[in-house]
Design a protein around this ligand. Structure first.
Ligand code: PGA
Length: 252
């Protein structure tokens, strides 16, 4: 089954609104006329409105880096699906390893965030991946299986249409130490199998599985050439329009 590649830029805690505007305009300008991949930009919350203006009228999607499961209320520092939609978000990342590692996110909170994003009609990118200690301890498959199963628990099968899974080995994020295409493909194939168990083979064949972790213009093509790697979640290299666009074009 042909899956359209999906490349998302995770800007993390970078860019002021002015910097975000320039970066988004650069990406949109350099991607003019390019339709071979879906593209999303995920700036910090305070830059969403600005980036919305920059991507308006282009096929580039607007994404948030996180989302809370409640509609509103006393949840200091959190942002709801309705708020994200009101500023034009179409995509939300959930369960990024930095959220899990540094901000106490658990399989359970990730499941709730994912459910809320999908229930609200957003596309969701749910991140999974093992730490270096887990890989070296031979636990990669078990960790990924636990994270995927937990995240998908209770999801309506119809929601799978808006689901993307990002496999991001923690040891490859921001380290310059990229997984080899074979290492990534092996886990992507495992994830595809878990999706098939959960949603059936047809639906699983349509779900995009992104790789994330030190994706750069010079390694993107080989990674994206693997049969179950359907895109990339790009951190550092998404902060330079030229590098990010080169990665997008490697997918197309
Ligand atoms: P990186 O980040 O590309 O800087 O390794 C990827 C991510 O965390 O999504």
């Amino acid at each position: 089954m042909a899956r359209k590649p999906f490349i998302a830029g995770n800007w993390k805690m970078n860019t002021t609104p002015a910097e975000a505007k320039a970066l988004a305009e650069g990406v949109v300008g350099q991607l003019k006329g390019f339709a071979a991949a879906d593209v999303a930009l995920c700036p910090p919350f305070v830059c969403l409105e600005t980036v919305r203006g920059a991507v308006q009228g282009s096929p580039v999607l607007l994404g948030a880096q996180n989302i809370h499961w409640e509609a509103s209320g006393a949840y200091t520092g959190e942002v709801s699906a309705a708020m994200l939609k009101a500023v034009g978000c179409q995509v939300a990342i959930v369960g990024h390893s930095e959220r899990r590692q540094f901000f106490g996110e658990t399989d359970e909170s990730v499941r709730k965030r994912l459910g809320a994003a999908l229930a609200a009609g957003l596309q969701a990118i749910v991140c999974v991946g093992e730490t270096l200690a887990e890989r070296e301890g031979g636990q990669t498959k078990a960790v990924v299986e636990r994270q995927v199963r937990a995240a998908l628990q209770g999801l309506e099968p119809a929601a799978a249409e808006r689901l993307t899974v990002a496999y991001e080995p923690v040891w490859a994020i921001g380290t310059g130490r990229v997984a080899t295409p074979a290492q990534a493909q092996e886990v992507h194939a495992q994830i595809r199998g878990l999706l098939a168990e959960r949603f059936g083979g047809g639906a699983a064949g349509a779900i995009r599985i992104q790789y994330g972790g030190s994706v750069k213009p010079d390694n993107a093509k080989e990674l994206l050439g693997q049969p179950d790697i359907d895109g990339a979640l790009v951190g550092g290299a998404s902060l330079k329009a030229g590098d990010f666009v080169a990665i997008v074009k490697a997918a197309g």
